[in-house]
Ligand binder design. Structure first.
Ligand code: NAP
Length: 246
């Protein structure tokens, strides 16, 4: 489905990003993974893709940094010559009620999730415009649509990603570039593993499908959005949450 395509997946070393990188590679894309600091996880994902016969490279890059992301995009363009697909997936949580939320926890979550998405799009913008083709997929969250107690920082960032997605979709549509957001619910990754069993049980009880989602299920949706089959979909926010927020 993605034969010959070149893709960047931020946060591609673990969890949802890792599953997207692997699924893209299985579908014929070459993948550049960006990760924050866990080199072992990044290397493991690269090796898994290579073992499948795919092409993968990894870059340590802090998506919060305008400079760092600029240099990394330039390096990737040198290796791949082009980028067809950008997935902005890198994200963190720093949960607490507003009453106790520290300023640095608000800033860090906004800088990673929202500013990181802006940085990557900004540095690939003119490349994709000149190419007159491209797919941008931003990973938001149902918390950005419905809000979530204890996640004022995260929900703000994820809601911001939706506004960013729609604005970029409008700007780039005439260049045949689509920009969509995926809003996952509860997906089984390191991010949700750190929640207490009690919170997880309560969440699963609320989900009509009565289970958490798997990263591979999000990856299949991302692969569809990245493919030619999704050429007439732009500015959309697609929930994948087992029916949690119908
Ligand atoms: P995860 O397992 O914690 O993985 C996070 C990934 O982001 C890692 O690859 C990490 O790299 C990378 N990352 C974090 N900060 C970074 C930075 N400053 N610069 C570059 N890379 C950075 O998370 P996940 O659950 O797969 O979540 C992926 C995305 O889906 C996030 O945007 C998250 O908000 C969103 N999401 C997740 C869920 C869920 O239930 N899991 C639900 C809704 C939305 P290192 O390994 O090097 O740290």
């Amino acid at each position: 489905m993605l034969k010959g395509k070149k893709a960047i997946v931020t946060g591609g070393s673990r969890g949802i990003g890792r599953a997207i990188a692997i699924e893209f590679a299985k579908n014929g894309a070459s993948v550049a993974l960006i990760y924050g600091g866990n080199s072992d996880a990044a290397e493991e994902t690269v090796q898994e893709i290579r073992a499948l016969g795919g092409e993968a490279v990894s870059f340590k890059c802090d998506v919060q940094s305008f400079e760092d992301t600029k240099n990394t995009v330039e390096e990737i363009l040198k290796i791949f010559s082009k980028v067809d697909i950008l997935v902005n997936n890198a994200g963190i949580t720093r949960d607490s009620l507003m009453l106790n939320m520290k300023e640095e926890d608000f800033n860090e979550v906004l800088d990673t999730n929202l500013k990181g998405t802006f940085n990557m799009i900004r540095h690939l913008y003119s490349h994709m415009m000149k190419q007159r083709e491209g797919r941008i997929i931003n990973i938001s969250s149902v918390s950005g649509i419905a809000g979530n107690a204890g996640q004022a920082n995260y929900s703000s960032a994820k809601a911001g990603i939706i506004g960013l997605t729609k604005s970029v979709a409008k700007e780039l549509a005439r260049r045949n570039i689509t920009c969509n957001a995926i809003a996952p619910g509860f997906i089984q990754t390191d991010m949700t593993d750190k929640l207490s069993p009690k919170i997880k049980e309560a969440a699963i009880e609320e989900i009509p499908l009565k289970r958490m989602g798997q990263p591979e299920e999000v990856a299949k949706l991302a692969t569809f959005l990245a493919s030619d089959n999704a050429g007439y979909i732009t500015g959309e926010v697609i929930k994948i949450d087992g029916g949690l927020y119908m």
